[in-house]
Design a protein around this ligand. Structure first.
Ligand code: CA
Length: 230
């Protein structure tokens, strides 16, 4: 089965170039020229991934991202944003809205394809998780993206939730800081985001999880492991 990619972009030349290269890689490709078409095609076409340009006529890319995440039939579809230089703040907002990764134009097609494959791999890992995970006082509902400890809701940011989900998907295995950084923040973001970002997020995540933080173990000088004691 070949994965289907939805390209959301108003520039014909870029769509053509992406279509050509993605098809060559064996992907199926559909495209939309504006936000409304994108929402419609995301729901009807059920793509496996959306490449979303932020500069669109009418509804801009961030609005499209927000609308996609609100639409139950599209919310789970991963999104890679295409941003222009100088849109750094949009990129941060987009990631907080639930986009999975971004690329700044002009980008290398090879790198974009590598990122698409990385995001699709991550999604496949996630699909192995049960819809609801429970251990002691901790309950995680992956469908609702909600976490409770002793039945009290825990407010997590998108990144904190992603961190928890990634650790849980690898339950029992140690994940290095670099792996977590690559997986959750994207592989070459090291210039802006340092490995200690992982530690900072783990710290806030543990604080929010209170006594359920005991499941997240630190592996000295390496990384973290999610462990439910026997
Ligand atoms: Ca555009």
């Amino acid at each position: 089965m070949k994965e289907k990619i939805l390209i959301v972009e108003d520039e014909r030349d870029i769509i053509k170039m992406l279509e050509y290269n993605l098809k060559k890689e064996g992907f199926k490709v559909i495209s939309a020229g504006d936000g409304e078409d994108a929402l419609d095609l995301a729901v009807r076409g059920q793509p496996d991934l959306i490449l979303l340009d932020l500069m669109l006529p009418g509804m801009d890319g961030l609005e499209v991202c927000k609308a996609l995440k609100k639409e139950s039939k599209a919310a789970a579809i991963p999104i890679i944003m295409l941003t222009a230089k100088g849109q750094e703040s949009d990129k941060v907002v987009g990631l907080e809205l639930g986009a999975d990764d971004y690329m700044t134009k002009p980008f290398s097609v090879r790198e974009l394809i590598a990122r698409i494959k990385a995001v699709l791999r991550r999604v496949a890992e996630k699909e192995k998780l049960p819809e609801i995970f429970q251990a002691g006082d901790l309950k995680i509902d992956f469908a609702k993206i909600s976490v409770t400890v002793k039945d009290k809701p825990v407010e997590l940011t998108a990144k904190e939730f992603e961190l928890l989900r990634t650790l849980l998907a690898a339950k029992g295995r140690v994940l290095s800081r670099d792996y977590l950084l690559d997986t959750i923040w994207g592989f070459d973001h090291a210039m802006e985001i340092q490995t200690r970002t992982v530690d900072v997020h783990i710290r806030t995540l543990r604080k929010k999880l209170k006594n359920a933080s005991k499941y997240i173990l630190t592996v000295k000088n390496y990384g973290y492991r999610f462990e439910v004691e026997g």
